[in-house]
Design a protein around this ligand. Sequence first.
Ligand SMILES: [Zn+2]
Length: 169
Amino acid sequence: MTDQPAFRFFPAAYDMGDVLERSDAPCDVCGKPSVWLYAGTVYAEGEQPEVCARCIHGGQLAAHFGGQDFQLHDADLSGASEALTAEVMQRTPGFATFNAFDWPVIDGQPLVFVGNGDADAVWNDPELRAAITAAWKEEYEEDLDEPSSYALVFRTLDGKQTRIVFDSD
Ligand SMILES: [Zn+2]
């Protein structure tokens, strides 16, 4: 099992710095050195487990909670199957937002979180930048002339559709 599993609904999880960090601290779930330790929030009652990327990805964290409800995002996700909802909410690391938000779903498929609008990989992508500036104009009725972290950029798994969620402070 790889120490750095890929998260299909959050492929940039390792690039954002504050989501997963390098650490040899033992994971509370598997007991092994974490390698990639989750730095975000586990929304659950009781103690916050220190958990590695392997145990998030493989579902061991979910098993650790048994039937207890928990999630890794300050978000609601509706309109997708139970399996896909669990994959996003419990088996995909969370990222910091100012507000709770609705995770976008199209035709039963949760979208992929690409990154914040000020990430180089996002802002330098012409299609994504066009989607952000268009959505910004609609939301705030003014032009966006510099990268903004307020835009949470999502894309369908096939890359064909983009959705922007605004998360302002
Ligand atoms: Zn672990």
